[in-house]
Design a protein around this ligand. Structure first.
Ligand SMILES: Nc1ncnc2c1ncn2[C@@H]1O[C@H](COP(=O)(O)OP(=O)(O)OP(=O)(O)O)[C@@H](O)[C@H]1O
Ligand SMILES: [Mg+2]
Length: 379
């Protein structure tokens, strides 16, 4: 080998190295750009690949992530291909491919160089890093949103509790004096009817106050050891006839090995009733309601899913706020879900809601078991 040939080979190797570094540098720059979508990141990365390979004129590339492909112009499947998997958190999410659309003499890996193998692996690794970073950011934002939501609900809860306490006393007086007035000798029939209306309205107001107190967790649950399946069976009994009449299918999938939890049975029943009533109202006569219990991750889960109207993101953000309702006057007070929230939180549980407009809604409630504070309380 002559000096001239050697320097040519060295030059070629150097130029390949520069191409690789340019590609990796380009990727790092794209990954660091704020405010661009993952789709755009992948599209721009895929376009950096062909120029970094030895035969750019016949090279095309494709990045596939979660089944969605990002291609360079003229991409077509060919046998001459080099690929690397995109592994995120130990799971394969897709693949990076560089394809030569014409044959070339064999080198280290078919017509590809061993440096190109390292490069494609590095590209797949960089893409995985970008995805991991984005997921971490999304999780953080989600957590912030949840905290803000919880904070807002706690503030509303305190306010609601204050109002409820303040109203309780005058309301008790209204009800008490109305009942006394009704018993007064010589009260005309028409006045008696009016007093009865006062009584009914006061009882409704008292009911609302009770619900506000449950939401703001001023009502301590009376906990005993209970089996959620049993409470479900008892609570659903009252819905069977109504579902059958309205043509709604009520499906139960109850876990056979559900452990007992320490909970207030009346409050659990209230949770079930409120969720099932909402589901029934959302399916409007045709559809399915699925009620499921599970034992998973050291918690007892209750799932109520319907094939009803579903909810938008915006609506979902408001459903636990007292008096928020989309229903007509007389149809709903907007206290069903705040009550569910109050009860579940008082039991150390959590609620997860997924919904899609036009498709339905799924409430997943988790009650922890074996928690130290989960002790029984006596009356
Ligand atoms: N399963 C569901 N499908 C679609 N929307 C729902 C569902 N559950 C609740 N919602 C929405 O959330 C709102 C609040 O529900 P919530 O149960 O708190 O009050 P409500 O049903 O309107 O009244 P109340 O329960 O006091 O009679 C509802 O008005 C409705 O818009
Ligand atoms: Mg409701």
């Amino acid at each position: 080998m002559t000096d001239g040939q050697l320097s040519h080979a060295t030059k070629a190797a150097l130029s390949e190295r520069v191409k690789e570094l340019t590609c990796l540098y380009g990727i790092a720059q794209i990954a660091g750009e704020p405010d661009i979508s993952l789709e755009e990141v992948l599209q721009r990365i895929v376009e950096l690949l062909p120029p970094a390979w030895q035969y750019p004129d016949i090279a095309v590339a494709r990045i596939t992530l979660d089944g969605i492909a990002y291609l360079t112009p003229g991409f077509r499947d060919c046998n001459v291909t080099q690929t690397a998997e995109i592994i995120v958190d130990g799971a394969s999410r897709g693949v990076v491919e560089v394809v030569y659309i014409e044959e070339r003499p064999d080198l280290d890996e078919g017509p590809f160089l061993k440096e190109e193998r390292s490069l494609i692996n590095a590209v797949a690794g960089q893409i995985a890093l970008v995805i991991e970073r984005r997921q971490a950011e999304e999780d953080k934002l989600k957590l912030y949103a949840q905290l803000r939501h919880a904070d807002r609900l706690a503030t509303i809860g305190m306010l609601a509790a204050g109002v409820a306490h303040e109203l309780n006393e005058p309301l008790g007086n209204i009800l008490g004096f109305a009942q006394l007035a009704k018993k007064c000798p010589g009260v005309p029939v028409s006045a008696k009817e009016d007093i009865e209306k006062i009584e009914v309205a006061s009882l409704q107001a008292r009911d609302i106050i009770q619900k506000l107190l449950v939401f703001s967790r001023q009502r301590q649950p009376k906990k005993i050891r209970v089996n959620l399946n049993q409470i479900l069976q008892d609570s659903l009994f009252f819905f069977e006839a109504r579902c059958a009449k309205e043509g709604v299918e009520l499906i139960r999938i109850l876990s056979s090995d559900l452990p007992e939890i320490t909970a207030d049975p009346a409050q659990l029943s209230q949770v079930i009733v409120n969720l099932v009533v909402n589901a029934l109202q959302s399916v409007c006569g045709t559809g399915r309601i699925r009620i499921e219990t599970r034992f998973c991750d050291n918690s007892v889960q209750l799932i109520v899913a319907d094939t009803g109207v579903g909810m938008s993101e915006k609506l979902l953000e408001q459903i636990f706020i007292p008096f928020f309702t989309t229903k007509d006057v007389g149809q709903g007070t907007g206290l069903g879900l705040p009550v569910v929230h109050g009860i579940v939180t008082a039991h150390g549980g959590s609620i997860d809601v997924k919904s899609k407009v036009g498709h339905g809604t799924r409430f997943e409630i988790r009650f922890p078991i074996n928690k130290p504070q989960d002790t029984e309380e006596s009356d």
